[in-house]
Design a protein around this ligand. Structure first.
Ligand SMILES: [Zn+2]
Ligand SMILES: [Zn+2]
Length: 360
């Protein structure tokens, strides 16, 4: 097998093409001569080049092998749950998915195993959330569903929500390095929110919602020379994320009142799109030059986005707006777009490919 060949159109192994189909697709030697074989195990027909057993039986073997291997990690108390979960997953998602992904669930079962040893009993749902920091992470969701289905834990939605918020808040608080300005601003803001929580004037959910844009805005300020919150940076931020104005207001007012930053979020109105100040031809020349030199470090990300949006959409991106590849989304139809000012702007696939290749 070698990477240099295109996969055989029948068995999908990368082998030297021996013949081609009527539609000019490659066929390897085995598939050309034998075409199909009968699976030794399930007696179904399958592409000859695949081997002696079919894809499903192949993954069945892999699944059994991995299950045996992984389940050795666990104590006799946890092992049956892991095995039960693996078969439950197979039934639910099929053998191919389960064989490929079983490993993803090993780490969380390890943590359950340790916790069970410490508690001397299988943890309750609340204990799982309380003691395992990433318990509410979505990769562990299926495990909870399974344990809930067999009645070993009881999922409580309000607990899930509370701990998800809690986990995200902890993540935000650790986002900046200790001792930095951003770290202090976020932590002090969080402390005042906690006081409000104690007085029942807010909820853990709204605290999380308030911290999200606050962290994002402080990160955004790093693009600027001062690296501190300024009205100029705030206007640029809201140009991209105008929808966050309401949830960001609390934080902006807090830092203005507590630290005397001269920020006024009220006066910033919904940004209006303007046309570029240079000619379409200049923009076109710049786009071509950039795309011909994908590894030229002189082109800064913000400049590239300004040029591309200008050229393809005839929209002006102000100097305090820093768009990045993180603002690119993929639509359901496979096309890419970027959003700012509450609108979506499509980007040609070729351009996105260029932007992503630059990033590495
Ligand atoms: Zn083949
Ligand atoms: Zn088979």
């Amino acid at each position: 097998m070698s990477k240099k060949y295109k996969p055989c159109s029948h068995c999908h192994y990368r082998r030297e093409p021996f013949t081609f189909t009527l539609h000019k697709k490659p066929l390897c030697k085995i598939c050309s001569i034998e075409y199909e074989r009968v699976c030794k195990q399930c007696h179904q027909k399958f592409p000859a080049g695949f081997g002696t057993i079919c894809t499903t039986c192949h993954y069945e073997k892999t699944f059994t092998h991995r299950l045996e291997l992984f389940s050795q990690h666990y104590s006799t108390q946890i092992q049956p749950y892991f095995i039960g979960f693996a078969y439950w997953l197979k039934k639910r998602r099929g053998v191919i998915y389960s064989a490929k992904n079983l490993q993803k669930y090993v780490a969380y079962f390890n943590k359950i195993n340790t916790l069970t040893n410490n508690l001397q009993t299988f943890p309750t749902y609340k204990q799982l959330l309380n003691f395992i920091t990433d318990a509410t992470h979505k990769k562990n969701y299926l495990i909870h569903i399974y344990l809930n289905e067999i009645g070993i834990i009881t999922i409580k939605k309000n607990l899930t929500e509370e701990y998800t918020n809690h986990r995200l808040i902890q993540k935000y608080l650790q986002h900046f390095k200790k001792g930095t300005l951003s770290y202090n601003l976020i932590h002090n803001y969080y402390n005042t929110l906690l006081l409000r929580l104690q007085n029942k004037k807010t909820t853990i959910h709204s605290i999380r919602l308030s911290l999200t844009p606050a962290v994002k805005f402080l990160k955004y300020c790093q693009y600027f020379q001062e690296k501190t919150p300024t009205q100029y940076a705030l206007e640029g931020y809201l140009f991209i994320y105008y929808g966050q104005k309401a949830t960001l207001t609390g934080f902006i007012n807090f830092i203005s009142n507590t630290y005397q930053y001269e920020l006024d979020i009220k006066i910033i109105s919904k940004p209006r799109l303007k046309t570029p100040k240079i000619s379409h031809q200049i923009l076109k020349d710049r786009v071509i030059k950039m795309m011909q030199n994908p590894h030229d470090k002189h082109f800064k990300e913000a400049y590239i986005f300004r040029t591309i949006i200008g050229y393809f959409h005839w929209v002006y991106i102000p100097q305090n707006v820093f768009l990045s590849v993180k603002n690119i989304h993929k639509a359901k139809d496979g096309n890419y777009y970027i959003t700012f000012c509450g609108e979506s702007f499509y980007l040609p696939n070729k351009v996105v490919k260029y932007l992503l290749s630059r990033d590495q």
